[in-house]
Design a protein around this ligand. Structure first.
Ligand code: PXP
Length: 239
């Protein structure tokens, strides 16, 4: 069965909007695990817009499943990964102005930073996954670079509609076959929702899906009634 990696970055996004202490992504990770998450994903961005260094350290001590640490090839962040030693590191491209990760890594230039990041993570016994577009050439290079896994970017599939979505699904299915033929572990993620996840989860040999925004969005809505009721009770008791 495909495993669910729950990305809790946006719990930290809400906290950082006020630069306060709640909601705590560590508490969210514990609850996600109680709900059945197979792993917890966090992206420590260079601009620290959501997850902070302390979160990563505390999560590493708290998570009972597996930590999937998303990171760019920036040396500073790779060093943090090496000290935290997550179960898995997923290398992603990062641009300062982007709203979220746009597109997969382009592995073709075989940049020295990327090669160095893969080598040091692997030397520390951390599984390395590369976030790439569903493209045969990128899969081939991921294998050549020594990755253990690739995470196929499902963003274009998620944004497409109708015939275009069928086309994007076929691209993902084709790339997935290449991943398996190359002997790599198959992961996917980005933009997956309660409405569009099923065809992706049904792809043969899919091991892991990483889902964040949709789960955190639903958590806000399914939790709001109880949260208001609890505040209302305090007002009634006080008044
Ligand atoms: N996988 C990767 C590599 C990502 O960068 C992200 C977004 O942080 C996700 C999965 C989760 O995407 P979403 O929040 O759209 O579910």
């Amino acid at each position: 069965m495909v495993e669910l990696g729950v990305n809790i970055d946006h719990v930290a996004t809400v906290r950082q909007a006020r630069r306060t202490v709640e909601p705590d992504p560590v508490a969210a990770a514990v609850l996600a695990e109680l709900g059945g998450a197979d792993s917890i994903t966090v992206h420590l961005r260079e601009d620290r817009r959501h997850i902070q260094d302390r979160d990563v350290r505390v999560l590493a001590e708290t998570i009972r499943t597996k930590m999937n640490f998303e990171l760019s090839c920036a040396q500073e962040i790779v060093q943090i990964a090496l000290s935290v030693r997550p179960y898995q590191a997923t290398l992603v491209p990062e641009k300062r102005q982007e709203v979220t990760t746009e597109g997969g890594l382009d592995l073709r230039p075989k940049s020295p930073e990327l090669l160095q990041a893969i080598a040091s993570l692997k030397d520390s016994g951390i599984l390395v996954s590369l976030f790439i577009d569903p493209d045969q050439e990128q899969v081939r290079i991921a294998k050549e670079l020594g990755a253990h896994a690739v995470e196929l970017h499902t963003g274009q599939y998620a944004e497409a509609r109708g015939v275009e979505q069928d086309h994007q699904l076929k691209r993902l299915e084709h790339a997935s076959r290449c991943v398996i033929d190359m002997g790599l572990k198959l992961h996917a993620g980005h933009g997956l929702t309660y409405q569009n996840v099923r065809p992706i989860a049904a792809i043969a040999s899919m091991r892991e899906l990483n889902i964040g925004h949709s789960i955190i969005s639903r958590a806000v809505l399914v939790g709001i009634k109880q949260a208001v009721e609890e505040m209302k009770k305090l007002l009634v008791v006080a008044g």
